[in-house]
Design a protein around this ligand. Structure first.
Ligand SMILES: NC(=O)c1ccc[n+]([C@@H]2O[C@H](COP(=O)([O-])OP(=O)(O)OC[C@H]3O[C@@H](n4cnc5c(N)ncnc54)[C@H](OP(=O)(O)O)[C@@H]3O)[C@@H](O)[C@H]2O)c1
Length: 344
């Protein structure tokens, strides 16, 4: 197999490259050189996927059996369209990393791959879409939905695999969700946690997403898969595992959604993975399981991420990391003013 990884120098893209090289595949990567170094054993082509001349230079290094596109977080549908159009004649199959945010019903309802998707044209620019007052839908969701349509409009559904992960965690996570919970657990003391402790979350390990992306590139059949952890873990189990692996001398103090909101705690960011909407963690991944996707336990993801951090894993100075995690002062103040008002 000869594959091209768009991105490939950090987090998911890096895991895809590592996995492909381990399979003995020939790997090309394409990035601007701002977010990490390319793997030494891969052929690296430097360039910007928004620059047509860079894409034409990239295309001259083809053909590839498959592209795995891991670099479209901040790309408009029009930007995706440009890459797909320039690479069309050099690629047999396109594996596109999308997101559960493309669903109209996320994070409110149970979702399958057949649930309706946000409407966004394949050539929309970065201004298309809006973010609703309760944080749903999001501009990001519209843009990623348009990106899916851009790929499909150029390659046709039979030559496209759309993967829709929820939250991705694991070694190398620059967003800072699990790293924050781990560092908070390591600090110990009373830890503000969102009740109820039996609330399920279903983050997926970056290495499992990468393996499945590679498997689907190999199969090369058009399809769509949600990529969310089928069993998940309870929030109580999640915090307990963070405490266990960090050997933190702390205990969670479970505070109700209502009280957290009353005290101005911001969902999703100040307490990462906490969101009150009913359907956040109800994305069905039966189809991916049926197609052979393997999911390691979330406890394993937590342990491996701590091992990575403990061994000096580099937390990059990324803007998204700075919005994650409640400050020590605010946490102490919320704990003091909610004491005795929630189940513990
Ligand atoms: N993280 C999550 O929890 C999560 C959840 C659901 C879905 N996803 C999706 O998963 C995918 C991977 O996410 P990620 O966070 O690992 O990576 P990412 O931030 O989307 O992409 C970063 C990679 O793309 C390269 N890149 C970015 N802009 C580029 C451009 N204009 N031209 C060329 N290369 C460019 C970067 O290198 P340079 O900066 O050096 O160019 C880097 O290698 C994304 O599509 C994201 O939407 C992520």
């Amino acid at each position: 197999m000869r594959i091209l990884v768009l991105g490939g120098t950090w987090f998911l893209g890096k895991a895809v490259v590592d996995g492909a090289l381990a399979r003995g595949w020939e790997v090309s990567t394409f990035s601007r050189g701002r977010s990490g170094l390319p793997a030494a054993q891969a052929q690296h082509i430097a360039g910007d996927r928004l620059a047509p001349e860079d894409l034409r230079r990239l295309a001259s290094h083809g053909p590839w059996d498959a592209v795995i596109d891991t670099s479209s977080t901040e790309l408009s549908p029009r930007g995706v369209l440009l890459s797909t159009t320039e690479l069309r004649d050099q690629v047999r199959h396109w594996v596109h990393i999308s997101t559960v945010s493309v669903y109209q019903g996320w994070p409110h309802r149970k979702l399958t791959e057949d649930s309706p998707v946000l409407d966004c044209p394949p050539d929309a620019d970065e201004t298309f879409g809006y973010t609703g007052p309760d944080g749903s839908p999001t501009i990001y969701g519209f843009q990623k939905a348009g990106g899916e349509r851009a790929v499909t409009s150029v390659f046709g559904a039979d030559a496209v695999t759309l993967l829709r992960p929820g939250v991705i965690l694991g070694p190398g996570e620059y967003v800072g969700r699990l790293p924050w919970w781990l560092s908070r657990a390591a600090r110990g003391g009373n830890i503000l946690a969102p009740a109820p402790p039996d609330r399920k979350v279903q983050p997926v390990d970056v290495r499992d997403v990468a393996t499945f992306a590679l498997d689907r590139a190999d199969v090369a059949e058009g399809d769509i898969f949600n990529v969310t952890h089928p069993q998940g873990i309870t929030f109580g189990g999640f915090v307990a595992e963070c405490l266990r692996v960090t050997e933190g001398a702390g205990q969670p103090v479970w505070v109700d959604d209502r009280l957290l909101i009353e005290h101005g705690v911001t969902e999703w960011t100040e307490l990462p993975l906490w969101r009150t909407h009913q359907g956040v963690w109800s994305v069905d991944s039966t189809r991916a399981v049926g197609a052979g996707m393997r999911f390691r336990s979330i406890a394993q993801t937590i342990a491996d991420t701590w091992a990575w951090l403990d061994a000096g894993g580099e937390l990059v100075d990324h803007p998204r990391r700075h919005v994650h995690g409640i400050s020590e002062e605010k946490e102490a103040s919320v704990l003091a003013s909610t004491a005795g008002r929630s189940p513990s």
